[in-house]
Structure formats: C-alpha cells, structure tokens
Write a protein that binds this ligand. Sequence first.
Ligand SMILES: Cc1cc2nc3c(=O)[nH]c(=O)nc-3n(C[C@H](O)[C@H](O)[C@H](O)COP(=O)(O)O)c2cc1C
Length: 205
Amino acid sequence: MTDTVLEAPVLAIDDATADRLFRTARTVTTFAEAEVTDEQLAAVYDLVKWGPTAMNTSPLRMLVVRTPEARQRLVERVPEGNRERVANAPVTLVLAYDTDFHEHMDVLMPHNPGARDMFAGDAGARAEMARTSALLQAGYLIVGLRAAGLAAGPMHGTYDQIDAEFFAENGWKGFLVVNVSVADGADTTRPRAPRLGFDDAAQVI
Ligand SMILES: Cc1cc2nc3c(=O)[nH]c(=O)nc-3n(C[C@H](O)[C@H](O)[C@H](O)COP(=O)(O)O)c2cc1C
C-alpha cells in the first residue's frame, strides 16, 4: 500500500490537463479569428464561480465588450501600448469588483442572516474585501478560460476612465482587462519567461 502511494504522481490531474491549464498555456497577444461566444463565457463563469471568496462574497463582476462601438470606447481607455491588442481581440472582458456585494449576502450566505447588515455600515471594509476576493476570482477565471479551450490576455486599463465610462451607474470598480480568444490559433509574440522556483518563492518553517 505504501509503495502505491509513493509511486502515485503528485499532481491529481493528468499531464495534458496540467499543460493546458499552466505549463504550455500562454498569455496571448495575437488572436485567432474564431468567435468566442457568450455561451462559452457563461460556462466558464459557471465553473469558476465555485472558487472560494471571503465569506462567499463573490464580488467579481464582468463587462463583456463585444460590439465595435463598445470596443472603441474601451480602446480609448487602456494605455497606449495595450490598444492594438484590445482592438483586435475577439472579445474583451473588463473585470471589476462590486463594493455593494453585501446586497447579495442573503443569497450568498443564507446561514448568516446578519451578514448584509454587518457590511452595510462599513464601506471601507467592503472595498478592501471586494478587491481582494475579486483578484482571486480573476485568477480562477483565467484558468477557467483555459479549461474551456480559450486563451486569456490579461492587461491593465486606465481604471478611473473605465469606471467613469462604463460603471457610472452601477459603481463597479474596474481592475483588469482580459482579452479572450480561442486557444487554437491564438498565440503570443513574447518568449516564455522563466518563473521562480519553489525554493525562491516559499519559506518552510
Ligand atoms: C495583473 C496583470 C497585468 C498585466 N498587464 C499587462 C499589460 O498592461 N500589458 C501587457 O501587454 N501584458 C500585461 N500582462 C501580461 C503579463 O505580462 C503576462 O501574463 C506574463 O508575462 C506571463 O506571460 P505568459 O503567460 O505568456 O508566460 C498582465 C498580466 C497580469 C496578470
């Protein structure tokens, strides 16, 4: 029994899956022609929504930018160096966090009926919590896109301008722009850069 455990692979997913999600997946900067549908995006969201967030607050929000008119409004609100990529992606997501996530707490935390009111009076705590958990959800989303055979190109936008242009009514706070393409044919012009190893990134005490 012991031998079997020792010989078992450390990862619980197969190599092809590990490659697809991480090892060979790249941040795309050139895009396949193929369409990315709302159904695909919804399926990805339905998968990654199960990733953990603080108190299940689930603060990530997404604006799906698809039409040429909407795309142009976004292109004008990302740094110069990112404009061509946003202009050419099949679809682009503006990721944001919702500091009014507490309005959903009755659904998100039915076992704690006081959660909404607990957050209602503390906008500062809500903003901090929303940003932290939405950043985590962005990571889940990038991996989820890869799991669906899509490719992600995360990049920065000019968020004060993005918020004023797109989120004036709902108050969402933009924090990342993600170009999405089908992985087959999507590519990058950048060489793969090394990563830090476990010994550099971890301290074991
Ligand atoms: C939070 C974040 C911000 C990024 N901002 C930009 C950006 O503004 N412009 C850009 O071209 N790439 C941007 N990137 C892409 C990274 O440079 C890229 O993901 C990283 O170098 C790894 O590339 P690889 O996945 O191809 O190995 C960003 C990525 C992340 C996660």
